[in-house]
Design a protein around this ligand. Structure first.
Ligand SMILES: Nc1ncnc2c1ncn2[C@@H]1O[C@H](COP(=O)(O)OP(=O)(O)OP(=O)(O)O)[C@@H](O)[C@H]1O
Ligand SMILES: [Mg+2]
Length: 271
């Protein structure tokens, strides 16, 4: 995996709001077909880090590389030109219109006569939905009538139809039941197979552990470390989240607790 060029590399990213250093010198990479789980307590800086990638916030410091070339991202529109799309927790769907209308909202296909090309938009929607969720049938229903999992698939379809290569999902399953969480997990596996890289932000270590190839843990705005999920246990990752303790299978970042700090918390020493 280290031989491949990262889809995205964020290098030494920082931003502060007033006196609060929300993100402090964080470096992470994402590879094609990889799910990187971004974990950490409330206020650790996960959403803020990712908002510098999606163009919602402008970084105070740091550099972003997409496919090895430095990217200049200062708005969500810029991010989209680099194939970076965000699925917001709210999904940002318009409830009273159908899947196709949502997919093309603000980017409608127009006929040569200047009217909406509904047939083309519906055909494109069927095609992309079939890739993601072959069981989806409710093309004529307003998205209000869809289940949470189906709504997720419409939001994801909208992102990938416009050629997302890098998908940011901030707490995608927070509002979903177990069945729908499984549906979203299936969607994520399909996106991986297509070579899309995914930043998966979550509080729920169990969800992340099942889906992520690697985890990156943040604490107080700093990177505690990164680790392949098969090189660490859930307890190891909880230790990273709670006391910043980097286990042997992880690569420590600037936010990893020192021996002295760990001794002060009463945690067993690092090996
Ligand atoms: N627009 C803003 N203005 C001021 N402070 C902000 C802003 N956005 C984030 N912060 C602060 O930055 C820090 C990191 O917040 P962030 O939302 O990135 O955390 P998070 O890890 O995503 O937490 P959560 O799990 O609660 O979503 C917090 O102290 C937060 O209060
Ligand atoms: Mg957040």
């Amino acid at each position: 995996m280290t031989e491949t060029m990262p889809l995205v590399e964020m290098r030494d990213m920082s931003i502060s709001f007033g006196g609060v250093q929300a993100v402090d010198g964080v470096s992470v990479s994402l590879f094609p077909g990889e799910v990187l789980g971004l974990l950490g307590h409330n206020g650790a800086g996960k959403s803020t880090l990712i908002k510098m990638l999606s163009g919602a916030y402008r970084a105070d410091g740091g550099r972003i590389f997409v496919n090895g070339a430095e990217a200049d991202i200062s708005s969500p529109r810029d991010a989209k030109t680099y194939g970076i799309e965000t699925i917001y927790q709210t999904l940002a769907l318009a409830d009273n219109i159908d899947a196709a209308a949502n997919l093309f909202l603000g980017r409608e296909i127009i006929t040569p006569w200047g009217t909406l090309d509904d047939a083309a938009m519906e055909a494109a929607t069927r095609k992309v939905m079939h890739r993601l969720n072959p069981n989806f049938q409710k093309f004529d229903a307003p998205v209000r009538a869809l289940s949470g999992g189906q709504r997720q698939s419409v939001a994801i379809a909208r992102a990938i139809h416009f050629n997302a290569k890098i998908l940011i999902m901030d707490e995608p399953t927070a509002a979903l039941g177990p069945q729908e969480t499984k549906q979203v997990a299936d969607l994520i596996l399909q996106l991986k197979r297509e070579g899309i890289g995914i930043f998966l932000i979550s509080h729920d270590i169990h969800d992340v552990f099942d889906l992520a190839d690697r985890v990156a843990v943040m604490k107080n705005g700093k990177l505690v470390g990164t680790a392949p999920t098969d090189a660490v246990s859930k307890d190891d990752v909880l230790g990273m989240i709670i006391i910043g303790k980097c286990p042997p299978g992880a690569t420590p970042g600037p936010g990893a607790a020192s021996e002295a700090e760990l001794a002060a918390t009463g945690a067993p020493a690092l090996h």
